[in-house]
Write a protein that binds this ligand. Sequence first.
Ligand SMILES: NC(=O)c1ccc[n+]([C@@H]2O[C@H](COP(=O)([O-])OP(=O)(O)OC[C@H]3O[C@@H](n4cnc5c(N)ncnc54)[C@H](OP(=O)(O)O)[C@@H]3O)[C@@H](O)[C@H]2O)c1
Length: 279
Amino acid sequence: MGSTSLVSSSSLLNYNNNITTKQVTVVRAVLSSTEGATMVKAIRVHELGGPEVLKWEDVEIGEPKDGEIRVKNKAIGLNFIDVYFRKGVYKAVSMPFIPGLEAVGVVTAVGPGLTGRQIGDVVAHAGYPMGSYTEEQILPANVVVPVPSSLDPVLAASVLFKGMTAHYLLRRCFKVEPGHTILVHAAAGGVGSLLCQWANAVGATIIGTVSTEEKASQAKENGCHHVIIYNKEDFVAAVNTITSGIGVDVVYDSIGKDTFQAFYMPGGLVKRLPSPDYF
Ligand SMILES: NC(=O)c1ccc[n+]([C@@H]2O[C@H](COP(=O)([O-])OP(=O)(O)OC[C@H]3O[C@@H](n4cnc5c(N)ncnc54)[C@H](OP(=O)(O)O)[C@@H]3O)[C@@H](O)[C@H]2O)c1
């Protein structure tokens, strides 16, 4: 079993693990040769808690059964939900468990009789089953999608989950159109960054909120037309000033309790409720 180096950059880990923030949210696994082996290195959680409960250890993954593939990960995406599971906000189905819901890797084995996937395919998955903080993992073949050779696996692993989230938020929950004004909380976070870039490309006016000057610069790079540092100014008042009291068409809130009340309070942000067709 060789070494695996982890390079992380998420704002999530920056909050919780004090790891440097960079543009892309990934763990890049530099993998040793484990061809044919059933024992791999993985990060496991035996008890709920802070980052210190993440343990790097040997685990047995076995061989793929009917409908399954074994994937050797090249890059593993980090998402805020990983922290919810580590802390016990969301309950993992087993204990100990391997966290992680997103990765890109190479298929190293296929289950008996499986067609449609072959050894050497580069594939991505995002969502259940959980367990991507590992060198190799067994996955149902029907949860992976092919990754074109033109796409860097690190990039793919950093945007698939957040990209699908941004898609349903911008195109399905509420369809953002040119001329809309939208508010994006945590505009420099993972989901927030994609929301801002996409909404800017669509032609919306974007107001973003962030916690620091550094994140304000990032939010501007992401395409925000107005950025509010929410712990320096009252963001409800600022949004009402920016929109001349009209309010915004939609609020995307990655934060929750601290910001949620602003939707509904008198003088709040959403003045034009969307049609029920949106839901
Ligand atoms: N990743 C996905 O695909 C996905 C899917 C569904 C739901 N979600 C939800 O969307 C939210 C954002 O997810 P994400 O993956 O974009 O996370 P992220 O990259 O870690 O961004 C979270 C942002 O939230 C802000 N924040 C405010 N209070 C915080 C706190 N106490 N701890 C950590 N961050 C705090 C931070 O921005 P400021 O410092 O500027 O406030 C931070 O940049 C989470 O609630 C997550 O569960 C994400």
